[in-house]
Design a protein around this ligand. Sequence first.
Ligand code: GLN
Length: 201
Amino acid sequence: MSEAPLVGVLALQGDFVDHEVALQRAGLRTRQVRSPAQLDGLHGLVLPGGESTTMLTLLGVEGLWEPLGSTLRSGLPVFATCAGMILLAERVENPSQRSYGLLPITVVRNGYGRQFHSGTFALESKVLPPGTTGTFIRAPRITAVGAGCEVLARRGADAVLVQCGSILAACFHPELQPELHPVVERFAASVRRHAGAVVRS
Ligand code: GLN
């Protein structure tokens, strides 16, 4: 492929620009997604952090709920952070709200407390380099992980990074750390593999 793979970043609300910068740093092209037509021709998709309740409202207003659901289920690599993870979880608590139900996990919104408890913390992981950290901002807490979902990193005893089929989801924000974060690199590698497979088929 002559051009770099193209990743759509849901751009209704939240830190979508930070995701674009991080993905471009990893050598990928990005496109802000605000309408169904902008979902066409993507090699990967990012659901950013922000406020999941607001995103839910805007997905309805923009007529994106169904088209985004089809794209999420199509098998292209998806990376969801925080509010994005909440939108995909099977079960959402505190309070419960509508979600796509594509990730077999239970999340508690603001499960680490509110702003006061936000910060950057060490991660334990067998797949990320030693010393990798994660920035948590009013983060959801994963309280249950179902079958078919691999836990890739923990903060203390809690799962904070999971891979469930084509979906990678984090409670923290690798896109906000100034260096190219290993989690962004991991997602970029999966987008490149997927884009290569699409070209060959
Ligand atoms: N607390 C937000 C929510 O419930 C998520 C915060 C984030 O995305 N950093 O939607």
